[in-house]
Write a protein that binds this ligand. Structure first.
Ligand SMILES: *[C@@H]1O[C@H](CO)[C@@H](O)[C@H](O)[C@H]1NC(C)=O
Length: 210
């Protein structure tokens, strides 16, 4: 009976320790309607998509897309060139990988993948973009310090993300929160969490437009 009592205590402990997101910071969204965090960590190099979480907004659950060397939410067509994926011609979201060193890439199976950078300088104001091949990033571009937390939420050097409306094709442009609430001359930007979601089935291996 002692064993049973212990396992009951363990169950009670587990219930009390059930996932509860830490208090959001000023610009972070409310998590009340968010599905339970994934219990499975995403391994270095494992492909994932990113979903925006900002409840009661047009970008809640929006997928991250990549085009024109920039990152967007609610982008109708990325026009990426994809191969080998399950759904190669109609990838309507971007697929990412994160290296052990904190480098973020656009997933590509068989060649040099495109790599994300962040420009937190006064010029960049948190610009999130990507380079192709040997293309140099901006002078102040940083390429490491991306990480995923226990909830698979992505951050850059501890900072979260912002999205601003009225970008190309009605999409929202995505920025790293570098302390500028309206980066790039935008307005009405919203803070969001960027949750990594594992890809079910074969991941889309793509080259995104420059
Ligand atoms: C994708 O192609 C369509 C058709 O040419 C165009 O209207 C749209 O703006 C393109 N999207 C991007 C993100 O370049």
């Amino acid at each position: 009976m002692l064993a049973n009592a212990l396992s009951l205590a363990a169950l009670a402990g587990a219930a009390m320790a059930s996932p509860c997101k830490p208090s959001p910071t000023t610009s972070a969204p409310s998590y009340s309607t968010v599905p339970s965090p994934s219990s499975t960590a995403i391994a270095p190099g494992e492909p994932f998509g990113l979903m925006a979480l900002r409840s009661a907004s047009p970008i809640h659950f929006a997928q991250f897309g990549a085009a024109l060397s920039s990152v967007f939410l609610n982008l109708p067509s990325q026009n990426a060139t994809c191969d080998d994926g399950e759904n190669p011609t109609t990838a309507d979201y971007a697929t990412f990988t994160l290296s052990e060193e904190g480098e973020l890439y656009l997933y590509r199976q068989s060649a040099t993948p495109q790599q994300l950078f962040v420009d937190r300088s006064g010029m960049g104001q948190g610009k999130l973009g990507y380079t192709t091949g040997a293309q140099p990033g901006p002078r102040n571009g940083e390429r490491t310090a991306f990480s995923l937390d226990d909830y698979n939420d992505l951050s850059f050097n501890g900072a979260g993300f912002l999205a601003c409306p009225n970008s190309i094709d009605g999409a929202w442009s995505v920025w790293v929160d570098a302390g500028v609430s309206s980066p790039g001359g935008n307005s009405d930007c919203l803070g969001l969490s960027a949750r990594a979601v594992k890809i079910a089935g074969a991941a889309n291996s793509c080259v995104y437009t420059q």
